[in-house]
Ligand binder design. Sequence first.
Ligand SMILES: [Zn+2]
Length: 147
Amino acid sequence: MRNTLFTADRKLKWDSSTCATCCLCNIGDESRNHQFFQCVYSAEIWNSLTKGLLGQYFTTDWTSLVQVLANNDRDSQCQLIACYALHIAIHSVWKEGNRGNHGEPPLSATTLHKIIDKNIRNLLVLLVNSHEKQYEGLLQIWFGTKV
Ligand SMILES: [Zn+2]
C-alpha cells in the first residue's frame, strides 16, 4: 500500500545495473503497479480470481483497485472475499517474482491461479466453520462468481 516493496524500479535507484524487466512476463518493467496487476501474468490470475466477484468494479489498475476495495457501499461479504483474494494474490505473485529473480522459472499463471483459489477456499472454509453469522454463505458467493 505504501509502495515500499523492493521492486526493480526501486532497486534501480540503488544499483543502476539492476535489470528492470519483470521476470514474470519479460515484457514490462517491474514496479508495484506492474506486478499488481498490469503484468500480463498477474492480470491473468487476478482476472480469473475476481472478475466474477467484482463485476463492473473489476480492474487491474492498482489505484482503482484500492479505491474499489476501500468502498464500503458494496456487499460486505463480497468485499471481504475480494480483500482476502487480494492479500493471497499479492503474496503469491510476489513469491513467484522472487523465484524468477533468483533464476527459477515461475509457476505458470494457470497453476498459480489454482493454488491461490485453493488457499482462498481453505480460508473461507475456516471462516464458515467458525459459525459466525457474518461468514455464512461465503463459499456460495465464491463458487457463484466462477465463470
Ligand atoms: Zn510482468
